[in-house]
Design a binder for this molecule. Structure first.
Ligand SMILES: Cc1cc2nc3c(=O)[nH]c(=O)nc-3n(C[C@H](O)[C@H](O)[C@H](O)COP(=O)(O)OP(=O)(O)OC[C@H]3O[C@@H](n4cnc5c(N)ncnc54)[C@H](O)[C@@H]3O)c2cc1C
Length: 276
């Protein structure tokens, strides 16, 4: 059993000055977690490129966290990806989260890279980075089948990924099923648990419908019972997620990756309940 699971946090690039201030406050509040790294999301098709770069710099200059940029490849050119890799190497970046992303509306040409595995292979050959990739315990919503999704996940590892970070989920069995399936396929890279703090149930339900994270009936009913009380929703979400993380901790998971939504409070509450 892992005694000290690795903690990591995720930020998105803020759009304006108040957002930047909120992120700075969250970074300061999250310092006690001593995260192994702080990843920074990247809009597919390069839609947040400048803001992602600025946020990576902000994490580097304003915290002790290792900044880890996400990089999505769909709609990107080879030259554009190479330029970013060169820039990141110049900044001393050591790890990258390599993703496909979703084609932004109106953009029709997927470009040089079609799948995350193409980007992983490219980074392996043209950059000197540790590569992390996404995994979907409840199966990616576009996957042809669960078996095909697993095959492509294994392909990402074979292409050069050395760690997986999961999409968030509320069915811990789905995680354990994926973990065991990977072991049976001879894949032994860490499968870090993605944790999405539930700030508002309405927002979580919307995200979940898009990304294929199933909301169990007991959770939906618990949230609907306090639909008019945001504080009660928050408390319920913290309790349910803390219990899920405790259960996974006993299963010896290698780490937890908190999708912080640039807010510290919920992540901190769950982390305190984990007593790690
Ligand atoms: C940890 C994490 C971080 C994320 N960060 C971001 C971010 O910063 N920015 C952002 O825009 N999005 C982000 N996403 C969302 C992600 O971009 C979407 O889920 C996207 O739809 C898939 O990206 P992927 O890298 O998982 O794709 P892939 O691994 O390429 O898989 C996408 C789909 O294609 C299928 N597939 C894979 N390879 C092949 C192949 N060779 N042939 C046929 N089918 C194939 C898979 O089964 C799956 O259905 C993140 C998701 C996670 C879990």
């Amino acid at each position: 059993m892992a005694v000290h699971p690795e903690i990591s946090v995720e930020f998105f690039p803020p759009k304006n000055e108040p957002g930047r201030e909120r992120l700075l406050a969250a970074m300061a509040a999250l310092a006690p977690l001593e995260p192994a790294y702080a990843s920074v999301t990247y809009g597919a098709g390069g839609s947040t490129q400048e803001r992602t770069l600025a946020t990576v710099q902000l994490v580097k200059s304003e915290s002790r966290f290792e900044p880890v940029p996400h990089l999505t490849c769909i709609g990107s050119t080879e030259a554009g990806i190479q330029e970013l890799l060169d820039r990141y190497r110049g900044w001393g970046i050591q790890r990258i989260v390599a993703l496909r992303g979703d084609l932004p509306e109106g953009m029709e040409n997927p470009g040089f890279f079609r799948h995350a595995s193409d980007l992983v292979a490219y980074i392996r050959d043209h950059g000197n980075f540790e590569i992390l990739v996404s995994a979907y315990p409840e199966v990616h919503p576009e996957a042809a089948s669960a078996t095909a999704d697993l095959d492509y996940l294994v392909a990402k590892v074979q292409a050069g990924a050395s760690g997986l970070v999961t999409q968030y989920f509320y069915n811990p069995d789905a995680y354990l099923h994926l973990r065991d399936a990977l072991v049976r396929r001879g894949v032994d890279v860490p499968v870090t648990v993605g944790v999405m703090p539930m700030v508002s149930y309405e927002q979580t339900a919307r995200f979940s419908a898009q990304c294929g994270a199933e909301i169990p009936r007991f959770l939906r009913l618990a949230m609907e019972a306090c639909a008019d009380d945001l504080a009660a929703q928050w408390q319920t979400g913290v309790e349910i997620l803390s219990r899920q993380c405790q259960l996974l901790l006993r299963e010896g998971v290698p780490g937890f990756h908190f999708y912080t939504l640039n807010q510290a409070e919920t992540t901190l509450a769950i982390w305190r309940n984990l007593s790690i």
